[in-house]
Design a protein around this ligand. Structure first.
Ligand SMILES: Cc1cc2nc3c(=O)[nH]c(=O)nc-3n(C[C@H](O)[C@H](O)[C@H](O)COP(=O)(O)O)c2cc1C
Ligand code: SF4
Ligand code: SF4
Length: 276
């Protein structure tokens, strides 16, 4: 199969998805001597644009797993505006050391529905957006070695006559299960979790405006960055991206969930996995 361009198509609030899809694309592009084009759809403006690919393109599509699925507010963009035409694709999800549940299955299925041919896939662990100790420092050297293996396996498939089973078999349930729900100690859904928004420490903030420029929802008021005027998907781009450490969550339910996740999952190393 002759590929002329490799395209990365990804969302990455805190940079772990970008790290994996970029490395995968670079390794494959070098081997195939083709260019890489990057299509990051973090910003609202980027999601206005339709992306259409053909049979000579190879798309590496990546998203973080949110609540065990493709992030629900990004799904309409992927469904409606990212289109293939017999386009070979590699599906990549990142997850924060808990579980990727049906996230990879859902991404793979959406790609298939949209005219792509997902022939390889991977689920990799990234440091959890909510934490600095859950999946700390991942994807690390071992994860990146597996990214390399995925690149090699995908290249071998591309070199053959057939891409194998399309779509490639991946872990997860189909039909896709409901979103994972953060729960309190009584098993009840955490109250107002979806309404949690980050706050700003006025003593630390230097009003550089970076958080407002990078918020994927365009929800931080550039005139007054302490105001989150629109939806917050809790991607933590502003929290981890603020150069002064001025952004944080003080929402009781959010903090309860963060600590619960850390207590349950920080002590183990969840696996990164590839599917060929
Ligand atoms: C709202 C939200 C929900 C998340 N849900 C899950 C989850 O269900 N399972 C999991 O293991 N990690 C979960 N994570 C963690 C991210 O999937 C993980 O940190 C990923 O590496 C982030 O990718 P990024 O750096 O490209 O933003 C969640 C993160 C956020 C912000
Ligand atoms: S990125 Fe940090 S320092 Fe800059 S405006 Fe936002 S909160 Fe303030
Ligand atoms: S305000 Fe919410 S959606 Fe915007 S960058 Fe911060 S965590 Fe992400």
């Amino acid at each position: 199969m002759k590929i002329q361009t490799i395209h990365t198509v990804y969302f990455s609030g805190t940079g772990t998805t970008k790290k994996v899809v970029s490395a995968l694309a670079q390794t494959m592009a070098q081997a195939l001597s083709v260019p890489v084009e990057e299509h990051c759809f973090n910003l609202p403006k980027a999601r206005e644009q339709e992306l259409a690919f053909g049979p000579a393109d190879l798309v590496i599509a990546g998203v973080p797993v949110y609540a065990g699925r493709v992030p629900n507010l990004l799904l309409p963009y992927i469904k409606e505006k990212v289109k293939g035409d017999h386009t070979p694709a590699v599906a990549v999800v990142m997850y924060g050391n808990r579980n990727y549940d049906d996230g990879l299955m859902e991404l793979r299925n959406v790609l298939t529905d949209n005219g792509f041919m997902p022939f390889a896939a991977g689920a990799f662990v990234g440091e959890h957006s909510f934490s600095t100790i859950l999946g700390a420092g991942r994807p690390d050297g071992d994860d990146m070695a597996l990214v390399d293996q995925l690149a090699k396996g995908a290249l071998e498939k591309l070199a053959g006559e057939e891409l194998g089973q399309i779509p490639v078999a991946v872990n997860g349930c189909d039909p896709i299960r409901p979103y994972y729900t953060p729960r309190d100690r009584h098993g009840e859904p955490i109250k107002d979790f979806l309404k949690a928004k980050p706050v700003t420490d006025p003593d630390k903030c230097v009003r550089c405006g970076l958080c407002a420029r990078i918020c994927p929802m365009g929800s931080i008021d550039p005139q007054d960055v302490s105001q989150v005027t629109g939806k917050c998907i809790k991607c933590c781009a502003c929290v981890k991206g603020c150069p002064k450490g001025a952004k944080y969550f003080d929402h009781e339910g959010y903090l309860y969930h963060q600590h619960e996740l850390e207590d349950q999952y920080a002590g183990r190393r969840a696996p990164s996995e590839i599917f060929l």
